[in-house]
Design a protein. Structure first.
Length: 294
């Protein structure tokens, strides 16, 4: 059977990149030959030990020369830098994609380097964990999770169809949307929750010494769920916050107003507002479970 692409090259075989490679190892319909590229020699060694790809190298420009599909899985701050370095070396007719968590800044950063004979089809899988690196990935990471496509550039309908089939083979559900919409949605469902988790852990940690000891003693409470998210990679999240600045600050403003309204309700013994707010939260959790996204 002819695979979707002959040669798949993943740049950055960390959590997301290694999950793509693991899935491609299990599904021969995806690619015949797998290449992994990382600038970090230790990551390359781990990728070799885990047998993530047929070729593993630190040399991105040589690796992409024969690839039919190149997937950029590096932090959003360096996606345009890596794209600028590899695009001149890609073969005509190849597809370039990236899995970056922000769209506006990545598309703006990549656009000046695009070539008319390279299809750029960005797609962001809404799946992950707080862990990073090649050991953290797993083949079922994208199963039943959304993959958000934003407008492709220089891409034929066939190239877009190839990327849709690629993400379906990863197990994902697909949705197309524009860039601004993507960045707003991700700001509220992903970036703001991470900002709140990092901040609440910082707040707890800067409390008085004796209380801090108690925070650790009793952390297996509501706080525990924040600590899971707060364990995420600092470089990845620094880049996301700085690269989705406008949408994130807009959502943070909205949240601050709502938190203030909740503070007012508590101050004023406004039971109805407090209960209404909690009930809305519970409804969201129920919807998530019904949609199999919990
Ligand atoms: N972690 C998640 O939950 C998640 C979910 C969806 C999308 N994303 C996006 O996917 C991308 C990767 O995230 P991750 O969690 O897999 O990160 P990760 O830290 O696990 O892996 C990133 C890899 O990129 C490598 N790298 C960094 N700069 C490089 C460069 N210039 N050239 C070559 N390799 C380089 C690192 O050495 C590392 O191995 C990010 O853009 C992130 O925003 C992450
Ligand atoms: O589930 C988690 O722990 C994640 O951090 C995954 C998560 C998210 O916030 O949902 C993180 C970043 C993404 O771009 C997509 C998914």
């Amino acid at each position: 059977m002819k695979p979707l692409v002959e040669t798949l090259c993943v740049i950055g075989p960390g959590l997301i990149g290694s999950s793509i490679l693991r899935r491609a190892r299990l599904e021969p319909s995806i690619a015949r030959h797998l290449i992994a590229v990382d600038r970090d020699a230790h990551v390359c060694d781990r990728a070799r030990a885990l047998n993530l790809a047929d070729e593993i190298t630190q040399d991105a420009t040589a690796a992409v020369a024969n690839a039919d599909l190149v997937v950029l899985c590096v932090p959003v701050g360096v996606i345009p830098v890596v794209a600028a370095a590899i695009i001149p070396h890609m073969k005509a007719g190849a597809i370039l994609t990236d899995v970056g968590s922000t769209r506006g800044s990545v598309v703006e950063g990549i656009t000046p380097y695009l070539r008319p004979d390279i299809a750029y089809v960005p797609a962001h899988p809404m799946a992950g964990t707080e862990h990073s690196g090649p050991d953290a990935g797993f083949a079922t990471l994208f199963e039943n999770r959304w993959c958000l496509f934003t407008p492709a550039m220089n891409a034929s309908p066939e190239a877009i169809a190839t990327m849709e089939a690629f993400w379906q083979a990863m197990g994902a559900r697909l949705r197309h949307m524009d860039v601004a919409h993507h960045d707003k949605i991700c700001a509220i469902v992903s970036h703001l929750p991470h900002l709140l988790a990092f901040t609440i852990c910082n707040t707890a940690d800067t409390l008085a010494d004796e209380l801090r000891a108690e925070v650790l003693d009793f952390a297996a409470s509501g706080f525990r769920d924040f600590t899971r998210i707060a364990a995420s990679d600092p470089i990845m999240w620094r880049d996301i916050f700085l690269h989705n600045r406008e949408a994130l600050l807009e959502m943070l403003d909205r949240f601050s107003q709502d938190a203030q309204a909740m503070a007012d309700a508590i101050r004023q013994d406004d039971e109805a507002t407090i209960v209404r707010t909690i009930e809305r939260g519970r409804r969201i959790r129920r919807n998530l479970i019904e949609n199999k996204q919990a």
